[in-house]
Write a protein that binds this ligand. Structure first.
Ligand code: GGG
Length: 355
């Protein structure tokens, strides 16, 4: 039997509610598969922790986390803590320190009734967005000069290293080749005259090593339009940190909302643990009401299982989500149903275990 150590950081707002349903999915799997076992360690880090201790996580938090096989994260952010602190000192810190430079965000329509786009079906919206996750516009580099004075100036610098840009683009080419899909780069080289001209150049350079992969390159504004009007243009997409964050929210909007959007923060070399999370934030307006949609966090479990090498369980979890989405009354209110977070989770596990 293989035992996996999972570090669970439920975080803020609806984080604990949705993460608990994902943990129950993993527990249901271990009960039904004698070859796998999971042990869970929960960490209370997040905004409440910050308000008590003045920090988002323990000083030695990264040291503790590095010995786990995976990290399962809920949500970060709460109104009484500045968002840039909660993101910088927990989410981005873990991504950066553990060199989770690949952010895998599938944009997949699992049920045609979920898209607001007229006439689009599952085959039209089925892409994998590969977002650079360690530098770019989220590198945290900059300065704030003459604060509060008339001459005040703020600088936010995008960091695009050759190593960082090449490795994410190469990763995307490898994925596109493995999946036998086209690869589209999204950038903004006509306005960001250093960073994205460089990005486009690296995309061309690395592309020469992959003559078998059909490529496209769009400006981010045009790509955003196409995500809505012609999502079928996209199969595998590679883009920078900021653009990836934004276009995947458009992706969520055309596939059923943020309640269904998942993301895996991957360190491909497995030198550090990878982290799995729903894309959504802490949604303080509905926190504690028991109505948050846990599907995104359960889809993260499917990504986690795939990463650990359990493709069959990963596929079963995704198939269970697909079937769940046909049972409207058993869904949470964001999807037009009446179910609570727990009721949806219970029903989904019933479907999973019946497979
Ligand atoms: N699920 C984690 C979370 O709370 N994400 C909110 C967020 O703002 N994420 C930004 C990002 O993914 O870079």
């Amino acid at each position: 039997m293989k035992e996996y150590k999972i570090a669970v950081i439920p975080g803020d707002g609806i984080g604990p509610e949705v993460i608990s349903e994902g943990v129950k999915v993993l527990q249901a799997i271990e009960e039904n598969d004698p070859s796998i076992s999971f042990s869970f360690s929960e960490f209370p880090w997040g905004c409440e922790y910050y308000l008590k201790h003045g920090k988002m996580m323990d000083e030695d938090g990264l040291d503790i986390l590095k010995d786990y096989d995976a990290i399962y994260l809920g949500a970060v952010g709460y109104p009484n803590v500045p968002d840039y602190i909660s993101l910088r000192d927990l989410l981005i810190k873990i991504r950066r320190e553990f060199d989770q430079y690949v952010n895998l965000r599938p944009i997949q329509l699992l049920n045609p009734a979920l898209t607001p786009l007229k006439g689009k079906t599952e085959k039209d919206i089925d892409m994998l967005v590969i977002r650079e996750n360690s530098e770019g516009e989220y590198a945290g580099a900059g300065d704030w000069l003459y604060k509060g004075k008339a001459e005040e100036v703020v600088l936010q610098t995008g960091v695009f290293s050759r190593k960082g840009t090449e490795r994410i683009i190469r990763y995307a080419f490898e994925e596109a080749r493995r999946m036998n899909r086209t690869l589209t780069s999204i950038s903004k080289g006509n306005a960001l005259n250093y960073s994205h001209v460089f990005w486009d150049q690296i995309f061309e350079e690395v592309g020469e090593e992959y003559p078998d992969v059909e490529t496209y390159s769009y400006l981010v504004d045009a790509a955003s339009l196409y995500f809505v009007e012609q999502p079928e243009r996209f199969e595998v997409v590679v883009t920078s940190n900021l653009f990836g964050d934004i276009v995947t929210d458009i992706g969520a909007a055309v596939t059923g909302g943020l309640g269904l959007a998942t993301g895996a923060n991957i360190n491909p070399e497995k030198k550090f643990p990878s982290m799995f999370e729903p894309v959504h934030g802490s949604a303080p307006d509905i926190a504690g009401k028991g109505i948050a949609n846990p599907i995104a966090s359960i889809w993260s479990v499917s990504q986690l299982l795939e990463f650990l090498g359990y493709d069959h369980w990963s596929g079963k979890v995704l198939q269970s989500i697909r079937e769940m989405l046909t049972e409207r009354d058993n869904l949470t209110p964001d999807l037009g149903g009446k179910a609570t977070t727990e009721q949806l989770g219970d029903r989904l596990r019933e479907i999973l275990i019946s497979k």
